[in-house]
Design a protein around this ligand. Structure first.
Ligand SMILES: Cc1ncc(C[n+]2csc(CCOP(=O)(O)OP(=O)(O)O)c2C)c(N)n1
Ligand SMILES: [Mg+2]
Length: 327
């Protein structure tokens, strides 16, 4: 085991296993649904399961998460209902957003999931404002924003980190560095080869962590969340991770990355490593983990059946809950 934390007991381990397994099974099913033509442009988070799982293990329902175009894993880790998520993916009226948001705009206010977001970087200032809101209201809520390595060079991240630091806002800036923005390698766009180092310019902790190791994610997040809750201010976390599939499914990642590179990262798979940690540490045996995995498959299949059986929104509903109108 590469790291330990006092909160890591059997319950936490099994919650993390269930969460990561659910994410992977949900994403596998989403891919099948996309391949069947039932949804379009699905950005898979397979490979990145450990990042939101390690963070959300420390969050409450009334804490906030803001996601990206690749956000199914954020939503699941924050506790959004699987049935409503799958219905949203398939554009059904029973979805989290009544079928009008789709895969890139899942939101569930009751769970503190303030929204996946298709505009790269646009969630970052919103999360900063959410942190300001918590501070002004005098709560100890925390605001977590996930963004990619591509988004990390958007100017708005820098404005947001500056304000969050000056005002000591309860924000976690979490960069999922999966090495690519679409087909562009990280090294082509990020000067200094580090996102975490940028925190120094804004007088906040900047931590680079193995994002394929949920225990390390959990440990780093514990400190960052405690710091935010106590009023000490924001943290920038750079989680080193990898997406196993193409950017949105239809693209072939082998066109811009090598088989050797893929094999290296898949050899460090976060679910495989968590399974070893749990078994080697004596927290549970194979049969317990297999049973949980089986339940995850069943819950994803049930969510798909729920979505399939649900109606599309009525045509009358077209303009309801829509805030921007044309004409
Ligand atoms: C403002 C904006 N610019 C460009 C795009 C097109 N686009 C969608 S995803 C993406 C790459 C994002 O890369 P990264 O931030 O690393 O996230 P990842 O896809 O790797 O999760 C781009 C350029 C967009 N959606 N929004
Ligand atoms: Mg990326």
């Amino acid at each position: 085991m590469s790291a330990t934390h006092s909160e890591l007991n059997r319950d936490t381990f099994l919650w993390m296993w269930r969460t990561m397994s659910t994410i992977r099974r949900f994403e596998e099913q989403s891919r099948r649904e996309a391949d069947a033509g039932k949804l379009r442009g699905m950005h898979s988070s397979i490979g990145q399961e450990a990042v939101p799982t390690g963070i959300c293990a420390h969050l409450r329902d009334d804490d906030y998460v803001l996601g990206t175009h690749r956000s199914h894993h954020h939503c699941i880790a924050k506790g959004v209902d699987l049935n409503e998520m799958m219905a949203e993916l398939l554009g059904k009226s029973t979805g989290t957003n009544k079928g009008k948001g789709g895969t890139m705009h899942i939101a569930d206010i009751n769970k503190g999931m303030l929204g996946a977001n298709g505009v790269v970087g646009s969630n970052i200032p919103v999360a900063t404002g959410v942190g300001l809101s918590a501070k002004v209201r005098g709560t100890d809520q925390v605001s977590v924003v996930f963004f990619g390595d591509g988004a990390s060079s958007q100017g708005v991240l820098h404005e947001s980190m500056n304000l969050a630091s000056i005002w000591k806002l309860p924000v976690l800036f979490v960069c999922e560095n999966n090495r690519y923005a679409e087909a562009t390698p990280f090294e082509f766009t990020v000067a200094g080869a580090s996102v975490a180092n940028r925190a120094a310019g804004y007088d906040m902790p900047g931590v680079s962590v193995d994002g394929q190791d949920v225990i390390e994610m959990h440990e780093v997040a514990a400190e960052a969340v405690a710091r935010a809750r106590s009023g000490a201010g924001p943290t920038l976390i750079e989680a080193q991770t990898y997406r196993y599939q193409g950017h949105f499914g239809a693209d072939d990642p082998l066109g811009y990355r090598s088989e050797e590179e893929e094999a290296y990262y898949k050899g460090r798979d976060c679910l495989t490593r968590l399974r070893s940690y749990i078994i080697d540490g004596g927290f549970a045996d194979e049969s317990v983990l297999d049973e949980i995995d089986r339940e995850c498959v069943e819950s994803v299949l049930a969510a798909t059946a729920f979505a399939d059986a649900s109606p599309f929104p009525d045509a009358d509903e077209l303009m309801a809950d829509v805030y921007v109108r044309y004409g």
